[in-house]
Design a protein around this ligand. Structure first.
Ligand code: PEP
Length: 252
């Protein structure tokens, strides 16, 4: 069975003191344990060190929201996979739609980053999803197909089996509009089928495929009840400890 993975993507929110305060509060709310759900926090880079310290001894894992693919060099403003490992990250989000939309991320750059993540022992959380325009013009399946194949090109089966995918329809991110449970399941099922094509059914069955897009405590259980939805990538509702804890509890 796949262990559900609930990840909180804080985007460009929270200072260091706010990070520590949030984590201390979340640990209190989850004092009874995470109940068979893997919990991951994805603070901004400036808060990763403080988050790692505050999370020490807990079973909550740490992720970065992005990275560059080179190990080191003259790449002003970038951060490398070994730097993320050193600071305590287990995961890294790659290809988030905001990176694609505002920072020129492409399937090719996502693929380079996915390979670099594996090279340095980080587990990528690979985001894919269609825009509203693409959805309305009926090309969702084609967009997802291209993004999945592009991001995973050249990986071996073991690597594919160990990564995390996140289906995040762009029209549902930060808008309060959630895909229906059935619509989300349809695309997550499609992603699993694509994974089976590129890496075989056995590998595909191991991959956790999250849904993301206005997930909140009230809509979590319905989404998580679907066979190919193995967790959530949560933006806005991960910024408050009680709503994030509510999502984790609803995912059990
Ligand atoms: C996200 O940032 O990945 C996201 C899904 O945001 P929100 O939950 O706010 O829609």
């Amino acid at each position: 069975m796949r262990m559900p993975l609930i990840a909180g993507n804080w985007k460009m929110y929270k200072t260091v003191p706010e990070t520590v305060e949030f984590i201390n509060e979340l640990k209190k709310l989850l004092a009874g344990g995470t109940g068979g759900v893997e919990v991951v926090l994805c603070p901004p880079h400036t808060s990763l060190g403080a988050a790692a310290q505050a999370l020490a001894g807990s079973d909550i894992n740490l992720a970065a929201q992005n990275m560059y693919w080179e190990e080191q060099g003259a790449f002003t403003g970038e951060i490398s996979p070994p730097m993320l490992r050193e600071i305590g990250c287990k995961y890294v989000i790659l290809g988030h739609s905001e990176r694609r939309q505002y920072f020129g991320e492409t399937d090719e750059t996502v693929n380079k980053k996915v390979k670099a993540a594996f090279k340095h022992g980080l587990i990528p959380i690979v985001c894919v999803g269609e825009t509203l325009e693409q959805r309305e013009s009926g090309v969702t399946e084609k967009v997802i197909d291209t993004q999945v194949r592009g991001a995973l090109a050249g990986l071996d089966r073991t690597q594919t089996a160990s990564l995390v995918m996140a289906y995040e329809p762009v029209w549902a991110i930060g808008t309060g509009r959630t895909a229906s449970d059935d619509d989300a399941q349809k695309v997550n099922g499609l992603i699993r089928g694509l994974l089976a094509e590129v890496a075989g059914r056995e590998a595909a069955e191991k991959v956790r495929i999250q849904y993301g897009g206005s997930v909140k405590p009230e809509n979590t259980a319905g989404l998580m009840g679907k066979p190919d939805i193995d967790g959530a990538l949560v933006g806005g509702a991960s910024l408050k400890p009680d709503s994030f804890a509510g999502i984790i509890k609803a995912a059990r």
